[in-house]
Design a protein around this ligand. Sequence first.
Ligand code: GAR
Length: 208
Amino acid sequence: MNEKKGIAVLASGRGSNFEALARACLDEEYPAVIRALIVDGGEAGAIAIADSFGIERVAVECGAKKGSMTPESSERMAKICAERGVELVCLAGFMRIVGGALMAEYRGRMLNIHPALLPGFKGLHAQEQALAYGVRYSGCTVHFVDEGVDTGPIIIQRVVPVLDGDTVESLSDRILQEEHQAYPEAVRLWAEGRLRIEGRRVRIREKA
Ligand code: GAR
């Protein structure tokens, strides 16, 4: 196999998507390896997961303003990634809009996962939004990151039916199961060089 691609995962919370990626990377045949977990605070559950997998973790103070990050913190993250040979940045429950140096350096090489079928229900509390709207199907989306909130070109979507008795928790749980499949799959496609962005569309090349 060709050299594995180095990735960094950015997380703010529980870290179950980070864990799904870390598990995928344990497979010798998987084409990527996690070089670092970067968190925006000391609270993230993802930190304990990094420790259990022996993955380096770094906390970067991103500023008091919710949902955004300071230019300095973006620069620091870009430097952390560059120093570790990171080729792909994966946002996994990272609750800040990425701008600045990190965005400039990793445009087209940064992915995000969102718990809805985009372009519906962007932003916070996507599962709650879906239930409140009354959709019959929700799911998850892995997409490239651009300057907007949950707006970049879509790589993978997985559909989850909404059931009559669903609560936010039950729907979120079922979507999360799909997220844990979709994210490692999208990272694999990227690492194998099989994704090409054409405007808003992402072409997936068949495996050779
Ligand atoms: C996941 O459901 C992820 O899709 C969502 O946050 C959760 C993080 O869970 N992300 C967003 O809503 C981004 N807009 P995790 O920390 O267990 O991976």
